[in-house]
Write a protein that binds this ligand. Structure first.
Ligand SMILES: O=P(O)(O)OC[C@H]1O[C@H](O[C@H]2O[C@H](CO)[C@@H](O)[C@H](O)[C@H]2O)[C@H](O)[C@@H](O)[C@@H]1O
Length: 245
């Protein structure tokens, strides 16, 4: 697979995954390090793209702001359940009341398992095992059982370091499509960078809409048409893009 081209700034709408794309993974979600120069590079790019840059992430928006500060970028958080564009803010967190008791029951089951961490994001729950890899099979099995107790449409996103419960409609493709139907994104070419299973549906949408899909990491089976090997390669590519104006 080829590296992505450096697209024309005035024609580009840029969508950025966070973990594994903009920042290196860490044992705990709070332990990731945002390189000090990165928020500035993103802010600069956002100005040069007339505001057509958005985070598209599984993290919630509060966490995005804690990590990056106030960059002024648009953002889809919690797999698109939260969407922020200028003064417009949409959030589907009211659905959380029905599912939180089911999540807390699951958490109790692993309360004695060191390194297993539960991240509550409204109607979405992430169960992390990156710091306890030996617990992964038991966690996945318990999550699959729990799925049957959640409302119809919920799905389990299984990864190699945990799993996330997502309600219907929480997808990165829906988030990208939402931005692309609005100014300043509308009419531009979508460029989406991601590294994970949850990004594949975004790559597929981007390809279908004549965009540029970029997977970060070693070459594996993916829908993306382009690749960048490492997070550092992403930073270099973003810097080149910002300077191309
Ligand atoms: O869509 P993303 O921006 O890639 O966010 C996906 C999830 O990222 C975070 O979890 C992942 O990164 C952690 C830090 O490296 C790691 O410890 C964990 O194993 C990964 O799953 C975040 O905590 C989740 O809320 C996001 O959904």
């Amino acid at each position: 697979m080829q590296k992505p081209p450096v697209p024309e700034l005035t024609e580009t709408a840029l969508f950025l995954d966070i973990d594994g794309t903009l920042v290196e993974h860490a044992a705990h979600p709070d332990a990731v390090i945002v390189p000090p120069a990165l928020p500035g590079i993103l802010g600069d790019l956002n100005r040069k793209l007339d505001g057509a840059v958005a985070f598209v992430t599984g993290r919630n928006l509060a966490m995005v702001e804690r990590l990056f500060g106030q960059t002024g970028l648009a953002a889809a958080g919690t797999f698109g359940i939260e969407r922020m564009l200028g003064d417009e803010l949409e959030s589907g967190h009211e659905a959380a009341a029905a599912v939180t008791p089911v999540f807390t029951e699951l958490e109790k089951r692993f309360s004695q398992t060191k390194g297993v961490y539960f991240e509550y994001k409204g109607p979405v729950l992430a169960v992390h095992t990156r710091a306890a890899p030996e617990a992964l099979p038991a966690v996945i099995a318990a999550c699959r059982n729990t799925l049957t107790r959640l409302p119809a449409g919920y799905r389990l996103l299984e990864g190699h370091a945990g799993a996330e419960f997502l309600p219907e409609g929480a997808t990165k493709s829906a988030a990208i499509a939402w931005f692309m139907s609005r100014p300043p994104f509308r009419g531009r070419i979508p460029v989406f960078l991601g590294d994970d299973t949850s990004d594949e549906i975004g790559f597929e949408w981007t390809n279908r809409n004549s965009g540029i899909s970029v997977r970060i990491g070693p070459e594996i089976q993916t829908q993306a048409h382009h690749t960048l090997r490492t997070v550092t390669d992403v930073h270099d590519w973003l810097t080149r893009l910002a300077r191309s104006g």
